[in-house]
Design a protein around this ligand. Structure first.
Ligand code: SF4
Ligand code: SF4
Length: 96
């Protein structure tokens, strides 16, 4: 199976996924219901209950689930920095 790419770069080399601030998260699970990409996992009877199980499933530059979070517990890497990193990797790979 071919690895997923974004802008010509292997998705596995792009660090883009939600970060959960556990000091704020109240396990309402709105974000889980909203995201169709199985990025999150809900673990019953474990702490923390909500984890980012599949960061590579997150759509690069999507931040949509953060808008569903009423307590502002989800954050993302800096978009400009991520764009620069993607460009760097492309250069390394011999692209432009
Ligand atoms: S940013 Fe988008 S793709 Fe990523 S977890 Fe949130 S809703 Fe899903
Ligand atoms: S929407 Fe926010 S508060 Fe609710 S489970 Fe997700 S991160 Fe936690």
């Amino acid at each position: 199976m071919n690895e997923a790419t974004f802008m010509g770069v292997p998705r596995s080399r792009i660090d883009w996924s939600p970060r959960i601030d556990y000091a704020k998260c109240n396990d309402c699970l709105e974000c889980v219901e909203f995201c169709p990409h199985q990025v999150f996992e809900v673990r019953e009877a474990e702490m923390p209950k909500l984890i980012v199980k599949n960061p590579g499933n997150c759509v690069v530059f999507c931040r949509a689930c953060a808008k569903t979070c009423g307590v502002d517990a989800l954050s993302f890497p800096n978009k400009n920095q991520t764009t620069l990193l993607i460009k760097q990797v492309r250069k390394e790979m011999g692209g432009r």
